[in-house]
Design a binder for this molecule. Structure first.
Ligand SMILES: Cc1cc2nc3c(=O)[nH]c(=O)nc-3n(C[C@H](O)[C@H](O)[C@H](O)COP(=O)(O)OP(=O)(O)OC[C@H]3O[C@@H](n4cnc5c(N)ncnc54)[C@H](O)[C@@H]3O)c2cc1C
Length: 413
């Protein structure tokens, strides 16, 4: 495996860094202050920043296929270090139209949408004119096992009628939201993996009620929130169904692979910046007549953090490379591994930094609380740690029947 970035990728990394240094980091405090005081508003500079990013060619970088004017067609491995840079500011990916859940939804529409669906929803998403949400999780069932999802999607003539309740629908309350992609059951009595389908629901359809915004650690996530949504006799045209009845799980598999690479690389960006903060802070403070930097426990915290960040980075790059070369199915185990490793790594690294920073680590003056929140929520969102371990462990045990025990270790000696 060779993770040496090509010259073109290195150039892009520098371009993103320059762009963020010039246009985004100077607004970091303004953004945080605005988010704290106007939790439902859109940051006034956001649209202007997007226009600048588009003009600089830093737009839709996540899409692995070449979408002409819409995207440069980078591989997952080429995009990974760019996501890492964007992660350093929790809101930067939106500026480059590379934010979740839009990226996953765009991938679904690009891969599985009909030409009409692509024209109506993918195009405005790629242009950054609308935002989107993904409605899977439900309050009344354990949704980490997606087979439990109950929302019903029933065909009636040229329409589907939808009834159910969703929650934790990220970004569903964004003022510019134009499209919900919903998972629900079209065939509740069919084989377990063919019961679910995905369908596009316009947020303003009759019968869609946004019940409330769910705070994370007592804060409403700005500006799209995480919504609880009731769907009561919502009628949408039959053409809004994606790919076909019973194909929901197949689409979900295709949606989540690259998205997990993006999340993990952004988390690595957060951890890297945290490490820099830590290293600088310990040089600035003294206790008991000695610099904090001279204490062994502090050096261990810093050293351990550096090791964990690099481990997570290499694992994530390996997953990205495997998706590019062999496809999502072959990369399944590596994708589970990074989803288990990266969010926990950020929580651990940021927790050490909070301790080293003392009281300042708990403030909003530096982004540690934001980073911790992101790492912690990603130990649940896109599948809890335990579910990934359950599936990864199962696969490893199953595959051990086919491998010779000697193959992995002794044959290489
Ligand atoms: C901030 C945030 C944003 C989110 N955004 C979205 C979104 O945009 N769209 C969306 O649809 N959902 C979203 N989610 C929901 C998220 O995907 C779910 O919370 C997650 O899948 C878990 O489902 P659940 O909450 O129903 O927990 P449950 O399924 O009830 O699971 C609870 C716990 O049980 C344990 N568990 C489950 N299975 C096993 C097992 N096999 N072995 C051991 N332990 C196990 C785990 O610890 C798990 O956390 C978001 C969640 C958060 C917190």
């Amino acid at each position: 495996m060779n993770f040496q970035f090509t010259e073109k990728t290195q150039e892009r990394i520098h371009t993103i860094r320059d762009f963020m240094d010039t246009h985004l980091f100077p607004l970091e405090k303004a953004y945080r202050d605005f988010a704290l005081t106007s939790p439902t508003g859109v940051f006034p500079q956001m649209e202007g920043l997007k226009a600048k990013a588009k003009a600089a060619g830093l737009w839709n970088l996540f899409l692995p296929e070449d979408y002409g004017d819409f995207s440069p067609g980078l591989t997952n491995l080429e995009y990974a270090p760019l996501a890492q840079e964007m992660g350093k500011l929790t809101w930067a990916s939106e500026v480059f139209n590379c934010g979740a859940p839009d990226t996953g939804n765009m991938e679904v529409l690009a891969k599985y949408g009909s030409p009409e669906q692509q024209e109506q929803w993918l195009k405005p998403l790629l242009e950054g004119k609308i935002r989107s949400a993904f409605l899977m999780t439900e309050p009344q069932v354990a949704s980490s096992d997606a087979r439990n999802i109950e929302t019903s999607i029933v065909r009636q003539g040229d329409e589907y009628v939808i009834n159910g309740r969703k929650w934790w629908s990220s970004q569903a309350l964004h003022p510019h939201v134009g499209c919900y992609i919903l998972l629900g059951k079209t065939d509740p009595d069919g084989p377990p993996h063919a019961q679910q389908s995905m369908i596009i629901v316009p947020p303003d359809a009759e019968g869609v009620t946004r019940v409330r915004s769910l705070p994370v650690f007592s804060e409403h996530h700005f500006p799209g929130g995480h919504a609880e949504i009731e769907l009561k006799d919502v009628r949408v045209p039959a053409n809004n169904l994606i790919l076909g009845e019973g194909r929901g799980f197949e689409i979900a598999q295709g949606r989540l692979g690259p998205g997990r690479i993006h999340h993990c690389m952004r988390l690595i960006g957060m951890a890297e910046r945290t490490l820099k903060y830590m290293c600088r802070r310990v040089k600035e403070r003294e206790t008991f007549g000695k610099s904090l930097s001279s204490y062994s426990s502090i050096r261990q915290d810093i050293a351990r953090s550096a090791c964990e960040i690099e481990q997570a980075r290499l694992l994530t790059l390996s997953a990205a490379d495997t998706i590019d070369k062999k496809g999502i199915k072959e990369a399944k185990e590596l994708i589970s591994m990074i989803k288990i490793v990266a969010p926990k790594m950020v929580c651990d690294v940021v927790d050490r930094a909070m301790q080293i920073f003392g009281g300042k680590g708990m403030t909003n003056d530096i982004p540690l609380v934001e980073y911790y929140t992101t790492g912690r929520l990603l130990r649940l969102a896109d599948g809890p740690d335990e579910v990934h371990m359950y599936q990864l462990g199962r696969n490893l045990i199953k595959n051990s029947n086919t491998d010779s025990i000697r193959t992995q270790y002794l044959d290489e000696v």
